[in-house]
Design a protein around this ligand. Structure first.
Ligand code: PEP
Ligand code: MN
Length: 338
């Protein structure tokens, strides 16, 4: 249920409504919008309409049922887009935010070189994997904590905030020490214990869509993080499995306008995993911005042929710099900036 408060509602009113929601056995989530405050009351409502009694309070304008299965993520509870601040960077605002860097952190030289180059080209967040979810157990698994330290050094050198993947609940604390944004990979989108654990950190979370999750399932995964008390969720479309084999995955750009309709959360597009081939990355990055994405996440490697993971889909820094120029023009055409 959503409890919509009257425009003059005070902090004491909000506290009182929250107290009553808790007394009825639900969890209150206060969302202060520009025009009005609403309080989401979430919990098991089956067969009950006890929250309707809140309608009698002086400060309450209306009590409404949320129709979507995802509640806190829905547009019904919050009409305005959510903007998430990471250091000085805002995700979900008018500027399209570009995150770029290697698939895996491989060495100090490699990550410092890419970080400096993507920053010079105009990226505002550095990506890089330290814990890698590899299909084969024999493939490079990442530098782990050493990789996190190198990302932190690259951040000190460039000022770029860092997004990096966390794969296990037990590793959330250590990754959160170094990362500005915690990435949940496609393969972990329904790892509910991991989602609950990242919720506890209150750090921004980049939640990738699973390669076989529907948009509704993906938003219910986001709901786990929101219901766990962390409102800072960024969705990432990274391609889904279809019958097509010419590309690694099928980048579902339909998801961008669908997400914009269903939820207030920002959405970014990953044209690197979405295509699997560097030749297609630029076109789909441009398409992502044109479709209304709030950001992009792009793999860049100084020597893709030597990359320990995802070389075939990684752009060289020079091409990435060219892409940034193209994106500026596309963004302008859809009334955004890069
Ligand atoms: C990655 O970002 O390198 C990655 C493994 O992504 P995904 O989880 O989307 O496959
Ligand atoms: Mn990768």
């Amino acid at each position: 249920m959503i409890i919509v408060l009257k425009s003059g509602a005070t902090d004491a009113d909000i506290a009182e409504v929250c107290r009553r929601i808790e007394a009825l056995g639900y969890a209150p989530h206060t969302i202060r919008g520009e025009l009005r405050t609403v309080i989401g009351a979430v919990g098991d409502e089956r067969g009950k309409d006890d929250l309707l009694s809140l309608q009698n309070l002086e400060c309450v304008e209306a009590v409404q049922r949320i129709l979507q299965p995802f509640k806190l993520a829905s547009r019904e509870i919050k009409g305005e887009p959510t903007r998430i601040r990471v250091d000085g960077v805002e995700i979900g605002g008018p500027r399209v935010v570009v995150m770029a860097g290697p698939c895996s952190v491989e060495s100090r030289d490699q990550v410092l070189e890419v970080a400096a180059k993507v920053k010079a080209a105009g990226a505002s967040i550095l990506r890089g994997g330290a814990f890698k979810p590899r299909t084969s157990p024999y493939a490079f698994q990442g530098l782990e904590e050493q990789g996190l330290k190198l990302l932190a050094e690259a951040k000190r050198e460039t000022g770029l905030p860092v997004v990096t993947e966390v794969m296990e609940p037990e590793k959330v604390a250590v990754v959160a020490e170094y990362a500005d944004i915690l990435q949940i990979g496609a393969r972990n989108v329904q790892n509910f214990s991991l989602l609950k654990r990242v919720a506890e950190t209150r750090k921004p979370v980049l939640l990738k869509r699973g390669m076989a999750t529907s948009i509704q399932e993906w938003l219910l995964s986001a709901e786990y993080i929101l219901a766990g008390g962390n409102p800072n969720v960024i969705l990432c479309e990274r391609g889904i499995r279809t019958f097509e084999t010419a590309t690694r995955f099928t980048l579902d750009l339909n998801a961008v306008p669908v997400i914009k309709k269903l939820t207030h959360l920002p959405v970014v597009v990953d044209p690197s995993h979405g295509t699997g081939h560097w030749e297609y990355v630029e076109a789909m990055a441009r398409a992502g911005v044109a479709a209304g994405a709030d950001g992009l996440i792009v793999e860049v490697h100084p020597r893709p042929a030597e990359a320990l993971s995802d070389g075939p889909q990684s752009l060289k820094p020079e091409r990435f710099a060219e892409l940034m120029q193209q994106l500026r023009r596309v963004a302008r055409a859809v009334d955004r900036d890069v």
